[in-house]
Design a binder for this molecule. Structure first.
Ligand SMILES: N[C@@H](CCC(=O)N[C@@H](CS)C(=O)NCC(=O)O)C(=O)O
Length: 327
C-alpha cells in the first residue's frame, strides 16, 4: 500500500460540471496537483467503461488504485488521506455545522440552482435525451419554464439564510481567516450559477442580499487566485489514465464489513448504485463487485478491470447509495 501523497491523483470530469467545479476549488485552495482526464458531457464514457466503471456521474476521482464516487466522499477522503493544509473544521461542533451546510446545499439549494437555469439550456437535444435516462424531474423547455419562477423564489429563501449568517460581517461562513471547506460547500453552486448568463435576474442578489453578494465575490476571487497559483499537471488521455491507475498502489487498507442493517457479509457479490436515480438507470449504471468494506460512512467494493489487470477498489458514500446482494 502507498500513501496518498505518493500516488497519482486523476480527476475524470468535464469543464461544465458543477460538481467538478467543487472538487477543483478544493484542489486549488489546497494547492494539490492532479491530473485531469476530460470526459464527454453525455454518455457513453469509454474511458470509464475501460476501467469497468459503470457509475454515470461526474466527477470520478482516483487516488492511486482507489476510486471514489461522489464529492461528499472525495472531500472526506482528501481531508483524511492528504494531511497538512486541510480545509475542514477541527472542532466537533464546527465539523457538524460544516456537514449540515453540505447537506443543506445538496438537498435544498442545488435543486433551486438547477431550476434557475434559463430554459435555453434545454435546447441542447443531445444533453436532454441523455439526462432523461436518470433524471426524475421533467426535463424539457416547457418543464424548465414552469419550474423557474418557483426556483428563483426558493433561491431568495436560501440567500436570506446566508444574509443572516453573514450579518456580523464575517468574511467566511465559519468565521475563519481564510476560505474553508464550509465555504466550498456553501458557495460553489451559487458561484457557478452567477457565472451563467441570464440565470439570475440582474441585481437580484446585489440589491436584496448585499452581504451575500460580497461574500460570493470574495469566494470567486479566492478560487481564481488559487487556481492561478496551482501547479498544473498534464491532462491525460483515457488509456494513459487507466494505465497510471492500474499500475498504482492502493492508498487505503481494504477495510471491514461492520455489523450492518443489510446483514451483508464480506466478500459477498454486490451491486452498487445511486439511490436517487430511476430504476432503469440503476439497472445499467451500477457496479458489480466483491464487498470489502461497509461502514455507516462508506461502501467499498473490489472490481476487476480485465482478467490480467490488478483489481481496483470503488468507494461510495453510504448515504445516497444502495448496496445489494447479487447472485
Ligand atoms: N452528488 C454527486 C453529484 C454528481 C452529479 O450529479 N454530477 C453531474 C454533473 S455536474 C452528472 O454526473 N450529471 C450526469 C452526467 O454528466 O452524466 C457528487 O457530489 O459527485
Amino acid at each position: 500500500m502507498g500513501t496518498a501523497n505518493q500516488q497519482p491523483i486523476v480527476l475524470f470530469h468535464y469543464p461544465g460540471s458543477l460538481w467538478a467545479v467543487k472538487i477543483r476549488a478544493y484542489f486549488a485552495l489546497r494547492g494539490i496537483p492532479y491530473h485531469e482526464c476530460i470526459q464527454p458531457d453525455v454518455m457513453p464514457r469509454p474511458d470509464l467503461a475501460a476501467l469497468n466503471i459503470h457509475y454515470r456521474r461526474i466527477p470520478v476521482l482516483a487516488i492511486g488504485r482507489d476510486i471514489y464516487f461522489d464529492t461528499v466522499l472525495m472531500l472526506e477522503k482528501l481531508e483524511q488521506l492528504i494531511p497538512g493544509n486541510t480545509l475542514g473544521a477541527r472542532d466537533p461542533t464546527q465539523q457538524a455545522l460544516e456537514k449540515m451546510l453540505e447537506k443543506w446545499v445538496e438537498n435544498a439549494v442545488i435543486e433551486s440552482v438547477v431550476g434557475s437555469l434559463p430554459s435555453t439550456f434545454m435546447e441542447n437535444e443531445q444533453m436532454v435525451k441523455d439526462r432523461r435516462q436518470f433524471w426524475v424531474t421533467d426535463i424539457s423547455i416547457e418543464g424548465q419554464e414552469k419550474r423557474r419562477p418557483q426556483s428563483l423564489a426558493n433561491m431568495r429563501t436560501h440567500f436570506n439564510i446566508l444574509e443572516k449568517l453573514l450579518s456580523d460581517d464575517r468574511h467566511w461562513v465559519l468565521s475563519t481567516d481564510n476560505p474553508g471547506l464550509a465555504d466550498i460547500h456553501v458557495a460553489f453552486a451559487l458561484d457557478w450559477i452567477f457565472g451563467i448568463p441570464e440565470a439570475l435576474p440582474e441585481r437580484f442578489v446585489s440589491d436584496e442580499f448585499p452581504k451575500t453578494f460580497d461574500y460570493l465575490k470574495r469566494y470567486n476571487r479566492a478560487i481564481a487566485t488559487a487556481n492561478n497559483q496551482c501547479l498544473k499537471l498534464e491532462s491525460l488521455a483515457g488509456a494513459d489514465a487507466a494505465k497510471l491507475i492500474t499500475e498504482s498502489d492502493f492508498v487505503e487498507p481494504e477495510g471491514d464489513v461492520e455489523h450492518d442493517p443489510t446483514f451483508l457479509q464480506k466478500r459477498q457479490k454486490v451491486a452498487l448504485s445511486r439511490s436517487d436515480e430511476s430504476d432503469s438507470s440503476r439497472s445499467v449504471n451500477r457496479d458489480l463487485g466483491t464487498l470489502l468494506a461497509l461502514t455507516p460512512q462508506e461502501v467499498v467494493i473490489a472490481t476487476e478491470v480485465t482478467s490480467t489487470t490488478p483489481e481496483i477498489r470503488l468507494h461510495a458514500p453510504r448515504w445516497g447509495f444502495a448496496v445489494e446482494s447479487v447472485a
